[in-house]
Design a protein around this ligand. Structure first.
Ligand code: MG
Length: 457
């Protein structure tokens, strides 16, 4: 059986590996999965080919007798919120998230608003490769897709309602929002203005060519936004990815801050107001142990998860809730709102946090600082697994988490060694108190891996 879905839906270059023919066939497979008569909400971000791919998916869904609802341009978390709250059996989002502009993709949302689990993707794949086998009478095709004009309003109100336990924003804050020229434009400036902020936008015009910056928010791609934060004296800035489920934050000094650090301070803040939530957070093993250093003394347990937001969502749901789930890449899940990443929700919470607690840079200053190194070594899958074993054994006296590669917790340092899910490499991430110490540890890891597995320099 062929495999179609990657770690986050089906992705490809529009017109090359992602064709309307594929989208039509996948639309039928998704339709067969949800079933005749089911109600499915479809949306897209601004990416090239979005309209073409969406139309083909809709044709496939209609061919299987599905009742289609069309939210059109909407952030992924906006579609997810509408699916969860509305009368829908599921959703389909046309997006390639943070990929380069030539990509688009298709992801399938279950009725709870979370992406369907891996085993359900396998069912859809089976329909895709074997055909759906359905034959409907001509009378089955009477439904026209219904355009859902109010989907964005429903989403805005959902975010505002989810803030209700917090005190109102009192001060007059300037906030910079970099929308990456995509669907974040439809939501985040509006939500922050509703909360009383003075919003300065950058790249907030919709443009499928992403002329402003690459769709992934990084310290490099957010330089212009960071400059604007400093120039206008903003309390903070946020930069979204292409479908606005992620928000990378810029502090009041113009420093771009990774999502594990902002996730930690937001979680502690949220825990103070939502006291009925289980006192734990979920974050991928690629997050810094600074998260644990900060949250543990505050009585909050950190549950380490394999890398990937869908895994985090499903684990939180399985375990009966959490304060939050978050990722180093800027994903933050405010569970009282929905158990998926939501960039606009994160920005709204952050506005409340700085209004109540003071400057973002000083709050972030309470987190311990580490010197980070991220690198990779070319390796086959077998060699990558060997590298993981070698590191496990070498650091066997230290605390380890082995759910996705191996994460080693040392005194003042941590190491993560894991096989990549997308490339023939083994990824090494580590942090230590100083640059010298970080480089010494990297040298140690590399020599352990080279001696045992014969890869790397
Ligand atoms: Mg995304």
């Amino acid at each position: 059986m062929g495999k179609l879905f990657g770690t986050d839906g089906v992705r490809g270059v529009v017109g090359e590996s992602l064709t309307p023919e594929l989208a039509l066939r996948l639309g039928r497979a998704i339709g067969a999965y949800f079933g005749k008569g089911s109600r499915v909400l479809v949306g897209r971000d601004v990416r090239v080919g979005g309209s073409m791919i969406k139309s083909a998916v809709i044709a496939g869904l209609l061919a299987e007798g599905v009742k289609v609802y069309d939210a059109n341009l909407i952030p992924t978390p906006g579609l997810q919120y509408n699916v969860k709250e509305g009368p829908y059996d599921g959703g389909v989002m046309i997006t390639a998230s943070h990929n380069p502009p030539e990509y688009n993709g298709i992801k399938v949302i279950a009725s709870d608003g979370i992406e369907v689990p891996r085993e359900d993707e396998a069912i859809i794949e089976e329909y895709y490769f074997k055909g759906t086998g359905s034959s409907l009478a001509w009378r089955s095709y009477v439904y026209d897709p219904k355009v859902i004009e109010e989907a964005i309003d429903v989403y805005v109100n959902g975010i505002l309602n989810a803030l209700s336990p917090l005190p109102g924003v009192k001060k007059n804050h300037k906030v910079v929002v970099d929308c990456a020229n995509s669907v974040g434009s439809l939501i985040t400036p509006r939500v922050l203005r509703e909360l009383g902020a003075q919003v300065r936008t950058i790249n907030c015009n919709l443009d499928p060519l992403f002329p402003g910056r690459e769709p992934e928010p990084t310290p490099d791609s957010l330089q212009e936004a960071a400059g604007l934060v400093k120039n206008v004296g903003a309390s903070f800035g946020v930069g979204h990815d292409g479908d606005a489920d992620r928000a990378i934050v810029i502090d009041d000094n113009g420093n771009v801050v990774w999502g594990d650090r902002t996730g930690a301070i937001l979680s502690a803040y949220v825990a103070g107001y939502w006291k009925n939530l289980p006192s734990r957070v979920y974050t991928g093993v690629s997050s810094s142990i600074a998260v644990e250093d900060y949250l543990r003394p505050r009585g909050i347990e950190v549950v380490w998860t394999p890398v990937g937001s869908v895994v985090i969502s499903r684990m939180i749901k399985r375990d009966g809730g959490a304060i939050s789930g978050f990722e180093e890449n800027g994903g933050y899940m405010h569970t009282p709102h929905q158990i998926v990443r939501d960039g606009a929700m994160k920005a709204a919470l952050l506005l409340h946090l700085v209004d109540e607690l003071g400057s973002l840079s000083s709050i972030l200053g309470e987190l311990p600082t580490y010197y980070p190194i991220k690198t990779k070594i070319p390796a086959t899958r077998e060699q990558a697994l060997c590298a993981v074993d070698a590191v496990k054994e070498h650091y066997s006296s230290l605390r380890q988490v082995t759910i996705d590669g191996v994460k080693v917790f040392g005194e003042g340092f941590w190491i993560l060694v894991r096989p990549s899910g997308t490339e023939p490499v083994v990824r090494i991430m580590l942090e230590a108190k100083t640059r010298e110490e970080a480089e010494r540890i990297l040298g140690e890891v590399k020599s352990v891996v080279k001696n045992r597995c014969g890869v790397g320099e």
